[in-house]
Design a protein around this ligand. Structure first.
Ligand code: SAM
Ligand code: DTB
Ligand code: SF4
Length: 355
């Protein structure tokens, strides 16, 4: 169902990595590289300027910011499970689970508690520190919420961090999740406000901001990012990052997805994003949100090891781990472990210091 679209390999990136490794000069920029950035507001033009820096300068700056706040060799691992797949009433143009598109994803009923806990246990044994439960809902109803609350409590009892992504939330639902001890709530802005209407028409940007505000006010960690490679302009890509960075405070966790082009969705034939532009997006997210976990998210299956290495160099320090995202594939765990080994990187769970 998913189209194979290899991210260009390999020599060019290997050369870039060597080139980057040789950069010793200090590069001067208009904005200070310091914790001041934490509270900086970014306008779209400033973010766009970052995107347009020479590649080596951009990565150098992202590395500086990254090393100020994180162990650059540690990566946080989250495993996803689709607890309710298909038949969604939203028309998100990228999504295989929308009832508006014919993608072959079935409308299934919600998984039961036992199945979810068993999947979380396996994810934990495989080395994931966080378990993220996703549902193809516009928003949960009260009955759904009772089941999700049980799932969150049970997964926490295993000693894993929990994340849920269930669509829009009202205050009562947020409160239930807070009481259950949910660690993170994922709700993406997806793209810039100016491009949003070309991708989704069944709910608006402000709905998303409102849900994020409720989650933030309840004291649940915010996980919010977006998708690149949907045909957005560079200014619109910068607009997404500016929106995320200007949330006050910005999200603790920022998933950057590269569009997975699924047959039957309106975006199935979208032109491939240049892999270096994906790397640039990671770097700009790192610079503008210095203390966030920037997650390499959907689209990794099509990425070469060299591109992923560049993403880590650009400040990515989290990824989805496990052979399935929600309905589409993700790299084999063996491939990921081999990649981390090759790069001399380790997961947070290896060091027992999940954060
Ligand atoms: N239904 C809920 C919602 O939309 O908020 C939660 C699940 S939804 C699948 C979570 C996120 O997955 C979306 O916001 C989008 O960013 C991402 N996503 C969905 N389909 C994708 C695709 N084909 N490629 C990349 N990211 C995708
Ligand atoms: C996020 O930003 N990406 C994940 C997670 N949050 C829920 C989902 C990616 C979904 C890719 C398409 C699919 O597998 O259905
Ligand atoms: Fe539904 Fe979420 Fe897919 Fe949109 S992204 S169609 S809300 S499952």
């Amino acid at each position: 169902m998913t189209r194979y679209s290899p991210f260009a390999d390999d020599d060019a990136f290997t050369n870039l990595l060597s080139f980057f490794a040789m950069q010793t000069q200090t590069v001067h920029f208009a904005r200070p590289v310091s914790s001041e950035l934490d509270y900086a507001r970014w306008n779209v033009a400033e973010v766009e300027k970052l995107f347009k820096l020479p590649f080596a300068d951009l990565l150098y700056r992202a590395q500086q910011v990254h090393r100020e706040h994180f162990d650059p060799n540690a990566v946080q691992l989250s495993t996803l499970l689709s607890i309710k797949s298909g038949g969604c009433s939203e028309d998100c143009g990228y999504c295989p689970q929308s009832a508006f598109h014919s993608t072959g994803v079935e409308n299934k009923k919600m998984l039961d508690l036992k199945t979810v806990v068993q999947a979380a246990r396996v994810a934990q044994q495989n080395g994931a520190g966080r378990f993220c439960m996703g549902a193809a809902w516009r928003e949960p109803n009260d009955q759904d919420m009772q089941s999700v609350v049980e799932m969150v409590k049970a997964v926490r009892e295993l000693g894993m961090e929990t994340c849920a992504t269930l669509g829009m939330l009202n205050e009562a639902h947020v409160e239930q999740l807070r009481e259950a001890g949910l660690d993170y709530y994922n709700h993406n802005l997806d793209t810039a406000p100016e491009f949003y209407g070309e991708i989704i028409t069944t709910r608006d940007y402000q709905d998303r901001l409102d849900t994020l505000g409720r989650v933030r006010d309840a004291g649940i960690n915010v996980c919010s990012g977006g998708i690149v490679g949907m045909g957005e302009s560079l200014t619109q890509r910068a607009g997404l990052i500016a929106q995320l960075a200007n949330l006050n405070p910005y999200p603790e966790s920022v998933p950057i997805n590269n569009l997975v082009k699924v047959e039957g969705t309106p975006l199935e034939s979208t032109e491939e994003l240049d892999p270096l532009d994906f790397v640039r997006t990671i770097a700009v997210a790192r610079i503008t949100m210095p203390k966030a976990r920037v997650r390499l998210s959907a689209g990794r299956q099509q990425m070469s090891d060299a591109v992923q290495a560049l993403c880590f160099l650009a400040g990515a320090n989290s990824m989805f781990y496990g052979e399935q995202l929600l309905t589409t594939g993700n790299p084999e765990m063996e491939r990921d472990r081999a990649l981390l080994d090759k790069l001399g990187m380790h997961s947070l769970t290896d060091k027992h210091e999940q954060n």
